[in-house]
Design a protein around this ligand. Structure first.
Ligand code: FAD
Ligand code: NAP
Length: 346
């Protein structure tokens, strides 16, 4: 007989979100098996609740208490399959810690995800925003994933193209609430060149040892990130608060003639603008009030100085967005999921 679920009531979510907001969940359950997830979803349906799926809470802004069932995904597991030649597939439970997995793969001498070291959160959430850093995205190595389709109730296997990955975006962001990711398969390689094109990585490794391994690259990434990005344990945050906007070349040329110092990275069809540069130029970098602020070393990161709330962060974000829009005509998009969803002023 299935074990009854341990659904708790009125649970504080402070330890479950990296902004450390002290919001409460009306109901909370942690699930480590597919059968438990099914039970939790059935219970939510019987109680007319639209559940919220939670991993590590590092890409979420809780603006208010969560008046529903929070389902925390804790399905663990790591195993290797289809090991042939220099390739292997690493199959991971959605509840695994992403950074631990990066080190695990790197220690086994497999390449492909070492640039994604020190990104907080779970494996199951990583495809949602197609996590990326230093020119590498999870979409580059993701072979397939197993998900529960909440519309049909079926377990489905989605391959790479089904996931519709693009810059910090995927099918799962476009269809929120439809899929719950349970397992992720990554195709990794032993003989693949490292991606060291980003300036900070290049100069770090120019000075470092010449024989690079996946582990030494991951360690380099960790050292660079620790120098610049705030540790959410010490200074609560959710990473980049805004996405870097992608604009057509025509817009880029017009911006460049008005603002010669503007920072952008031309791609094939569009140019990616550095949102941090525009925020910095608008005078926000290092701003703080008594509750929240903008990180002094990276203007994309909004921080909670201990007593701030989600509403404080959203008010600051609105001010930043308005000023960047007024100055550059660019509407910044908020990257983390805001709960409950807020209708934007712009
Ligand atoms: P959560 O915050 O718990 O959830 C995020 C979203 O995914 C929510 O909508 C949630 O409902 C959904 N979700 C969670 N689990 C599942 C699942 N199993 N199935 C379906 N939906 C699910 N991001 C980057 O891309 N690159 C970076 O370099 C980076 N650096 C960061 C640095 C810091 C200091 C911080 C705090 C954040 C950073 N992030 C970065 C953002 C964040 O770490 C990633 O987006 C991460 O993948 C979120 O994982 P999580 O488990 O915490 O997701
Ligand atoms: P950085 O290396 O100082 O770069 C600043 C911005 O310029 C980044 O947003 C990056 O875009 C872009 N950039 C730099 N070099 C580039 C190149 N050669 N080609 C294309 N774009 C380039 O950024 P950082 O703040 O120190 O962060 C380092 C990496 O970690 C970045 O990739 C960043 O995205 C990632 N990160 C993400 C989050 C998050 O929450 N999403 C949080 C922290 C760090 P991209 O952002 O597109 O890479």
């Amino acid at each position: 007989m299935a074990k009854p679920l341990n659904i708790r009531q009125d649970v504080c979510l402070r330890a479950h979100n990296t902004f450390q907001f002290k919001v409460r969940a009306r109901f909370f359950v942690s699930v480590s098996k597919v059968s438990e997830l099914m039970q939790a979803l059935l219970w939510a349906k019987e109680n007319n609740l639209d559940p919220l799926v939670l991993g590590g809470g590092s890409n979420l802004v809780f603006v208010d208490d969560v008046d529903t069932l929070v389902i925390h995904i804790a399905k663990m597991g790591r195993h290797w399959s289809a090991v042939n030649g220099d390739c292997a597939t690493l199959i991971l439970g959605a509840g695994e810690n992403w950074h631990d997995v990066v080190l695990y793969a790197a220690a086994a001498n497999y390449r492909g995800i070492e640039n994604l070291a020190l990104i907080p959160g779970t494996v199951g959430a990583a495809p949602v925003q197609n996590i990326g850093a230093y020119g590498v995205e999870i979409g580059d190595t993701l072979e397939s994933l197993l998900a529960l389709d909440c519309e049909t109730g079926d377990l489905v296997e989605l391959n790479h193209s089904d996931c519709r990955f693009s810059y910090r975006d995927s099918l799962f962001k476009q269809r929120p609430g439809r899929y719950i990711i349970l397992e992720v398969s990554l195709r990794l390689r032993r003989n693949k060149s490292f991606s060291l094109e980003y300036g900070e990585l290049r100069s770090y490794f120019d000075k470092a040892e010449k024989h690079l391994t996946p582990l030494s690259v991951a360690e380099g990434v960790m050292a660079i990130r620790r120098r610049k990005l705030p540790d959410p344990e010490k200074l609560p945050n959710a990473g980049s608060f805004f996405k870097n906007p992608e604009v057509p070349f025509k817009t880029w040329h017009s911006l460049k003639s008005q603002f010669p110092g503007i920072v952008g990275y031309p791609g094939t069809h569009k140019v990616k603008l550095a949102a941090a540069w525009m925020i910095d130029q608008s005078g926000w970098k290092g701003f703080r009030n008594e509750r929240v602020g903008v990180h002094s070393q990276q203007a994309l990161v909004l921080v909670n100085h201990a007593s701030g709330t989600g509403a404080d962060i959203m008010a600051l974000a609105d001010d930043i967005r308005s000023e960047v829009f007024a100055r550059f005509g660019i509407a910044l998009e908020i990257e983390p999921q805001v709960y409950p969803q807020k209708v934007s002023a712009q």
